[in-house]
Design a protein around this ligand. Structure first.
Ligand code: APR
Ligand code: PHB
Length: 397
């Protein structure tokens, strides 16, 4: 097999990249080691920032997103049982967030890929990449048959446990990491949302989050320890703890319902630098991980591949290599800002095991400030809905 861009991974990064390249007349082959049902079925992120929504709509992927996505023009922060709202319409006019499950987005992207007839192989095995400093190729197995894909470039979109970053020779890439001493216990529940926006809470017993997926499904999380045993969390205990942490003095509390799914999400920050090694480009979780508190992982993946698609288009259309050369630098500026924001939201809203009462009171003061100073609220709103720096950002696709 031969193609212009070999894309490893059919998550949001790989599939959006394939979609943007197709619109620019660039061929790609997407390979994914899991099944299509698995990729669509896994419950993951759900918050799209404004520029992600704009990109999807501009490139013809907005139909179901516009119909079923839930546009939110604010979020709530709850602390000391006070619930305060950050109003995006007022603070960042024209910018909001849209709740649309990552699995819904992936479903739309797979549909769009299939409609174009572009190659997309699920259930591939033994993926290996080589020669990415000269003539890249990908070796893989499909249905017991061995294949090779020769390509001009490889896009490593294979998430945090993929083979792309791990294939880069030692010394050619550096990683910067931070582990957090807590995790999230997340549930999906059959319950109509009792608030029409997301609620982030800091309680003396730790963090909790109320979110949703549809008018009848809620998604909630509570801070737990990284080695938490789910067996110790029967449904009634989860609800009691969520309600204790989220309930506010205005009478609001999440509505109980049947728990459809539960799981533990680890919290980690990681950045690989540079995000490129010769003709191999890393994008999305393959290049960086953010703790989920800022709701940024999916948006960062989409932002990377938008920059990569633009650089590849300039290469094929005009023979320009400058944007490819700049890819890592252009992405990393946003990546580090998002790391900063996600780390900040995480630190402000969680109780670390070794934290003191002084730390807790400082956190409450920080929440008070960030929900009452207009300057502070604007900073939060512009980062949450997606900060667009004036430098090095593609204006359109
Ligand atoms: N070969 C082929 N595919 C692979 C391989 C491999 N060796 N290893 C991993 N993959 C696949 C995974 O099965 C997954 O479907 O690569 C895909 C990577 O997708 P994601 O993990 O969703 O990563 P990305 O596309 O970068 O999207 C980032 O995902 O983790 C969330 O919160 C994060 O929303 C963010 C988003
Ligand atoms: C979610 O809806 O799954 C969600 C919302 C906000 C976050 C993280 C996850 O910060």
């Amino acid at each position: 097999m031969r193609t212009q861009v070999g894309i490893i991974g059919a998550g949001p990064a790989g599939l959006v990249l394939a979609h943007l390249l197709h619109r620019d007349g660039i061929d790609s082959i997407v390979i994914e080691n899991r099944s299509r049902d698995y990729v669509i079925g896994r419950v993951r992120a759900g918050v799209l920032e404004q520029s992600t929504v704009d990109l999807l709509v501009e490139t013809g992927l907005g139909e179901r997103l516009r119909r079923e996505g839930m546009r939110h023009s604010g979020i709530h922060l709850c602390f000391g049982r006070r619930r305060r709202r950050i109003d995006f319409d007022d603070l960042t006019p024209g910018r909001a967030i849209t709740i649309y499950g990552q699995n819904e987005l992936v479903t739309d992207l797979i549909g769009a890929r299939i409609a174009t007839g572009g190659p997309l192989h699920f259930n591939v095995a033994d993926v290996r990449i080589a020669n990415f400093d000269s003539a890249p190729h990908i070796a893989l197995r499909i249905d017991e048959n061995q294949h090779e894909i020769a390509c001009d470039f490889i896009a490593g979109c294979d998430g945090s446990h993929g083979i792309s970053r791990a294939s880069i020779p030692a010394g050619a890439v550096r990683t910067f990491e931070r582990e957090y001493p807590f995790a999230w216990l997340g549930i999906l529940a059959e319950a109509a949302p009792s608030c029409d926006e997301i609620v982030y809470a800091l309680h003396a017993r730790g963090f909790a989050l109320f979110s949703m997926r549809s008018p009848s499904i809620t998604r909630l999380y509570l801070q737990c320890s990284p080695d938490e045993d789910l067996e110790r969390w029967p449904d009634h205990r989860i609800w009691d703890e969520l309600i204790a942490r989220l309930e506010s003095s205005d009478g609001w509390r999440p509505r109980r319902g049947k728990i459809l799914q539960k799981g533990i999400t680890g919290m980690r920050s990681l950045v690989a630098e540079p995000m490129r090694c010769a003709r191999l480009f890393l994008a999305g979780d393959a290049a960086h991980i953010v703790p989920p508190t800022g709701a940024k992982g999916l948006n960062l993946a989409v932002a990377d591949v938008r920059i990569l698609a633009r650089a590849l288009a300039a290469y094929y259309r005009e023979g320009r290599e400058d944007l490819l050369e700049r890819y890592s630098e252009d992405c990393l500026r946003r990546v580090w800002n998002v790391q900063r924001f996600s780390w900040w939201m995480t630190s402000m809203l969680h109780r670390a095991p070794d934290a003191t009462e002084f730390d807790y009171r400082r956190q409450l003061a920080e929440l008070d400030y960030f929900t009452s100073s207009r300057a502070a609220m604007t900073s939060l709103a512009e980062n949450y809905t997606g900060w667009k720096s004036a430098v090095n950002e593609p204006e359109s696709t």
